[in-house]
Every structure is written in C-alpha cells, then in structure tokens.
Write a protein that binds this ligand. Structure first.
Ligand code: DX5
Ligand code: ZN
Length: 225
C-alpha cells in the first residue's frame, strides 16, 4: 500500500504577532507543523525590511522544529555565516540574488546544513535546472516576493507541475515547496500539482481563528472534494 501523501506546513512569521514571537512559534509547533519559515528581507532585493539573524537566534531555543531562512537579500554570501550560527537548519537562495550560486551552495553544504533554491514568478525554471541535483529543496514563489497576505498567482500551478516533473527526472529526493498566497482554497490545487511543503503566513496567523484551528483546517483541506 502506497503511503498517502501528507502536506507539510511551514508557517511564515511575517504576519505573526512580533511582540509574542516565541509563543506564536510554539503554538504552530504544538499544532503539528513541519518547520518554521523565516522571511529575510533587506529592503533592497525586495521593497520591504523584515528581520535578521538576531531574531532567528532568539527563536532557536523556543523552536523544536527546523528553521528555514528564505533569503530575499542582495548579498546572500555575506550573511550565510550569521544565519547558520543563529541556528538555521536550511538556507533558501534566490537565483536572482546570487552571483555564483554553485559556490554559495557549496559553502552551506560545508556547514552540513540543508540548502534550497528559489526563483521569482517571472524567472523561468531553466534558470535553476543546472542546480536541482545539488539542493534539498526547490521553492516556487507563487507571489512577487516582499510581502505576506498577497493572492496566489494563477500561473503558479503550471510552474509547480513543471517543477515536479523536473525534480522527478533529476533529483527525486528534492522537496518541492510553494510560497505565497497559500490558504484553504489554494493549498489543495498546489498539492495536487505535486508540491510537498507549503509556506503559510496569513492563513495561519490571523484574527479569524487560533493558530491550532487554522493549521488543522489547512491540513484537512487536501481531503476536500
Ligand atoms: C513573501 C514571503 C512569503 C510570505 C507568505 O515574499 O516569501 O513567505 O510571507 O505569506 P502569505 O502566506 O500570507 O502569502
Ligand atoms: Zn518566504
């Protein structure tokens, strides 16, 4: 009997209550999420500023699941060591922001940490194809990077399907993650298109329901007819 596929959730803390971040993360962990997604924005690669390694380091002792750092910064090489020293378990690199991504991947591997690669909605998959064999995760951006709470871009499903085909062909162990606008309506279509892991920001941290209720509903949404 094939094991049924189960979606893995990666809450983004961008829309969480920053005055109580440790508690917000613990609520998500208690609700059964797979990892925590840290959106690192420098106000240059994207038109927004979020937080740095200090916040990652302060969360580390409160978080029993992996921390993944999504680097939306212009100079990833300069900040690899501070994020890895802060306790991040994986680093996700934007192909558009790395001048020599192969050497950046090698630098993360040297620290025996996981590495992911991502691309903006307008960047074709062919740009990252040469690196799929050497990463643990491919992240498809389903919004323009820079803000939480945006709508899922319609063309993303086709890109997810093509990414799934690419991974199956080149590196079947590579995880396929989707980031942006994932909610009760968009998680299942993205899951059916072949994604494994789902970044969920505003769908988890909102005033409509508790973190536990939102996580349970999202996990249940893949079974909806
Ligand atoms: C956007 C970030 C996303 C975002 C997700 O640049 O990479 O992780 O915070 O938030 P939602 O799920 O609300 O779209
Ligand atoms: Zn992100």
């Amino acid at each position: 009997m094939m094991n049924p596929r189960i979606p893995k959730l990666a809450p983004s803390i961008m829309t969480a209550d920053f005055a109580h971040l440790g508690n917000q993360v613990q609520q998500a962990v208690a609700a059964g999420v797979d990892r925590i997604h840290l959106d690192i924005m420098d106000g240059h690669f994207v038109p927004n500023i979020s937080f740095g390694p200090l916040v990652a380091a302060s969360l580390r002792p409160h978080c029993t699941v992996p921390l993944e750092a999504h680097l939306m910064i212009s100079d990833a090489d300069q900040y690899l060591t501070p994020f890895l020293d802060a306790g991040c378990d994986s680093i996700i690199l934007h192909i558009e922001a790395c001048s020599n991504i192969a050497s950046t991947i090698a630098a993360i591997r040297k620290r025996q940490k996981k590495v992911g690669i991502t691309l903006n909605p307008g960047t074709p998959l062919s740009a990252i194809e040469p690196y799929v064999a050497s990463v643990d995760l491919l992240l498809i951006m389903s919004v323009q990077p820079g803000f939480g709470g945006q709508s899922f871009l319609p063309g993303s499903l086709e890109k997810i399907r093509a990414a799934r085909e690419l991974i199956n062909r080149i590196n079947p162990h590579c995880e396929l993650e989707v980031d942006g606008g994932i909610n009760l309506q968009t998680l299942k279509p993205a899951f059916d298109a072949g994604a494994d892991v789902f970044v969920v920001g505003s769908a988890v941290y909102n005033s409509k329901a508790s973190v536990a209720q939102n996580v349970a509903q999202l996990l249940g949404s893949v079974h909806a007819r």
